[in-house]
Every structure is written in C-alpha cells, then in structure tokens.
Design a protein around this ligand. Structure first.
Ligand SMILES: Nc1nc2c(ncn2[C@@H]2O[C@H](COP(=O)(O)OP(=O)(O)OP(=O)(O)O)[C@@H](O)[C@H]2O)c(=O)[nH]1
Ligand SMILES: [Mg+2]
Length: 449
C-alpha cells in the first residue's frame, strides 16, 4: 500500500480513540510509580483512553501469561465488565503470551513495543520517517507471525495496528519480506540524497553539535532557543521524530550546525533503533553531544543511564558529551552554572530553555569544546591513500602539502573526531601527527635516501 492510502486510513479512524485496560507489571515490593506515570504518558501519546489499570506485582515471570493465573482472571473480568477495546502491557510479551492472553480476554492485547511503534507511526511526518517506522513495524511483525490473528477482528485498525504497515497484517511472511526489501530500496534512495547534502556540509567544514536525551527533556525547546528555529516542541512523548539542522552562532568561533532529533526512552525497541540509524546519523557524526536532561525528573539518573545505553547502541558512545541539566526554573534555588571535568573542559551546564537562563554559559561550553577539538598538524599519507587525500582537499581541511618518496605529508586542520572517522573509513590506522612546522628533512624522504 502506498502512503497516501495509509494516511486516509488514519483519517477514517473514529475520533473517539480507543479504550484500554493497562496492565502494570512490576517487581513485587516496588511500587514502580514513576514507571507507571511514564506508561500512562505513552498511552496518552498514542491517543488511547485508560479505563482501568491492573496492578500486577510479580515475584517471577509466568511463562503462560506473563502474569499469574489469578491476575489473568481478574484482567479478563475487568475487560468484560468495562468492554475495553484493547489491553496494553507495560512490558514485552512473547507471541505465545499474546495469543494466550487474547484468547482468554477475547480482545486485542498489545505490549510496550507495539505501543511505542504505534506512537511513532502516528507521529512520522517525513517520507523517510514513515519508511523507517514501517520498516520497524514490519520487522517486529515478522517476529509475531506465529500469532493467530484469526480469532480477532483484525481489519479494524486501531492501536498497535495502525500506521503504514497496517494492510500487511493479513499477509504472510513472504510478502512481508518483499515489502521490507522495497522499503529498504526506497530508503537507500532517500539516503543517497541525504549523503549529498551531508557532503556539502562537510565541504563547508562545519562541525555538528547534536542534542540528545530522554524524550520530553526539552531538546526542541532548547534548539529553538539557541537557533531561533520554529521546530515543534510539546509536552508529549516523542514530539520529534525527524532530524533538523540549524546554524548555531558561537562566541569567537565559526558557527557550527546544531541538530535536534528523536528522543530516547527506556527499553527503546531495537527494531526502532535499527530503523532510525539514518536519522541518527548526524548524532553519530557529531563532534560534540549535548545530553539534555530534565533536571527536575524524579528518575533523572535512570534516564541518564538509558540515554547512554542508546548512545552506545547507535555507535556514538565515544563522542565527547556535555550534560545540559534543563528546566532549572522548576527547581527551587538552582541557578545557571557550568561545571568542568577532570580534563578542564566544560562537562555540565545548568540551564532553562524556557526562561533562557544559562544560554550564554552553554554557548561558551560548546565553543570551548569545538575549539579544543580542532586539530592542526602534519600527517603522513601513504601513496595508497589517494582517496583520503582527495577527501581532505574536498572538505577544505588541507593547509599545505609536501610530496615524499612514498606518499605525502599533509598539513591538515579539522576536528579530531572527524579525522579519526575519515582515517577509519579509509581503512587506515589513526594518523601519526607531527605538530609545529614541517620537519626537515622530510622523514619519509630520509628513510628512502
Ligand atoms: N519549565 C520548563 N519546561 C520546559 C523547559 N524546556 C522544555 N520544557 C517543556 O518540556 C516539554 C517538552 O519539551 P520539548 O522541547 O518538546 O522536549 P523534547 O526533548 O524535544 O521531547 P521529544 O521531542 O518529545 O523527545 C514542553 O512542554 C516544554 O515546554 C524548561 O527549561 N523549563
Ligand atoms: Mg523534540
């Protein structure tokens, strides 16, 4: 189905939204209050009305229904009594568990992954974003094909079933495989365009600074505040799905590009991380990450750890990070300030994107990192590294050059992170650097003489 079709289906959905019973599974002895609050926010973000919440403390996972049989009976009774359209679990369910639960409750049962995929399906706006979500949905679906859908009305759409992948639900694995290949082809085309523009950007030798962080931390608000852009910011989970880049002026520095992108959440479905690899490309290529943190959130440290886990998963763990503790206006007696790490560089800045407090400190922190990341030195390139040499010229990183017996000595000025990436993609070990004026006699000539 084309995306036009998918859109019209979205419009045809009844406005009333669906009505759900939530099942909050948590370790017994722990209330999991924050987790439940976040679960409710996710459900609200999917535009589903909550009729009831079943609290399911658990000593050990039950293979058949995930929750114990007593709880399942309670759940089935609740679903029947209030005529819920759907049951939503706050954890992942195996295909067999879904089937068992659906048979018993006689209604659709979805898990946390379905829920997040559904929100992404509703939010996706760009062509690429829609393709990525569809891909994630299909890949998730492919793992679910063992599930017997026949016992339920499945043509209706609705939460966990809507989105671009909807009509694929009744098709078999082979068709899904074919559709996945089609989407991958389309994505490859879209991405070729993107690479062209990213090349243009590199030619301008602009560094990228990327905003990352837990969803709803205030990344887009901060982005707007810093760049006067008008991107969508809202008090809802996953308000942003695409990546936007804008020029950020820095004190006493060349401008850099600031990127705003999709937020993270605990246990982000791996299908989504994979599908959004391209959207997260700017993040991976960044010289500096600004990790935006809701300083007022109760589970602040857990969220920080979650974000770091995702950064690792997308291959961005080695990029320098400044933590931006946002929303200090919500915290009594917290003033804007900057902290430095053991290396003397700014490591954290406390700000408010809404009041604008701390923006100068933040710009200073970014400028210091960018400045520090600049490398100016002589590097030797073997004759076999002609393409890398051409690339360095292309991005305007070459200041001077001398020919040696078996290659070149090139004076480069570029940022250290990008240098490492360029050398790596040329299949070379990290460059040997000579600082200061060109050594005389040239080392490589002398070895051959
Ligand atoms: N009080 C206060 N609220 C803020 C601040 N910064 C952002 N917010 C609010 O936090 C909510 C989320 O802001 P966004 O900028 O959309 O957050 P985001 O990190 O881009 O979120 P996603 O794109 O959904 O991942 C909005 O309601 C903002 O108004 C701040 O400094 N203080
Ligand atoms: Mg946002």
């Amino acid at each position: 189905m084309n995306h036009q079709g998918a859109r019209s289906l979205l419009f045809e959905r009844p406005q009333s939204g669906e009505r759900a019973v939530l099942v909050h599974v948590h370790e017994s002895g722990q209330a999991g209050t924050e987790e439940l609050a976040e679960f409710r926010e996710l459900v609200a973000a999917a535009d589903v009305e909550v009729l009831d919440v079943l609290d399911a403390p658990q000593r050990q996972p039950q293979p058949r229904y995930l929750i114990g049989s007593g709880k399942v009976d309670e759940l089935a009774a609740a679903v029947k009594a209030i005529q819920a359209d759907v049951v939503i679990f706050n954890q992942s369910l195996s295909p067999a568990q879904v089937r068992n639960l659906e048979q018993l409750c006689k209604t659709r049962v979805i898990d946390r992954i379905d829920l997040i995929l559904d929100i992404f399906a509703q939010r996706a706006r760009s062509f690429e974003g829609k393709l990525q979500v569809e891909l994630a949905q299909l890949e998730h679906l492919a793992t679910r094909l063992v599930r017997g859908w026949t016992h339920l009305e499945r043509q209706r759409g609705g939460i966990g079933l809507r989105g671009p992948g909807e009509t694929q639900l009744e098709t078999d694995r082979r068709l899904i495989g074919r559709r996945i290949r089609q989407i991958n082809d389309k994505l490859a085309k879209v991405r070729r365009h993107r690479q062209d523009s990213s090349r243009a950007r590199r030619r301008a030798n602009l560094s990228i600074v990327s905003l990352v962080g837990y969803t709803n931390a205030g990344k887009s608000t901060l982005f707007n505040r810093l760049t006067n852009a008008g991107v969508f910011a809202a008090d809802q989970l996953f308000a942003t799905l695409d990546t936007t880049l804008r020029r950020l002026e820095l004190p006493g520095e060349n401008p850099v590009l600031l990127s705003d992108t999709v937020g993270f959440i605990r246990d982000l479905p791996h299908e989504l991380i994979e599908a959004f690899q391209a959207t997260l490309e700017e993040t991976r290529e960044a010289t500096l990450l600004l990790h935006v943190i809701d300083a007022a959130a109760e589970e602040r440290d857990l969220r920080i750890a979650e974000v770091e886990t995702v950064l690792e998963a997308i291959g961005a763990a080695s990029i320098p990070v400044v933590r931006v503790y946002n929303k200090i206006d919500c915290q009594p007696d917290t003033a804007a300030r900057m902290e430095r790490g053991a290396d003397g560089l700014p490591s954290a800045v406390w700000v408010s994107a809404v009041t604008g407090e701390g923006m100068d400190l933040l710009r200073d922190a970014v400028a210091e990192h960018i400045n520090q990341a600049k490398l100016q030195c002589w590097v030797s390139l073997p004759a076999s590294a002609g393409r890398l040499r051409a690339r360095l010229f292309e991005i305007g990183a070459v200041l001077d050059e001398a020919v040696t017996a078996d290659g070149w000595l090139v004076e480069v000025a570029l940022d250290a992170g990008r240098a490492a990436a360029l050398w790596q993609s040329a299949g070379l070990a990290p460059p040997e650097m000579h600082f200061g004026p060109l050594p005389d006699p040239l080392p490589m000539e002398s070895t051959d003489a």
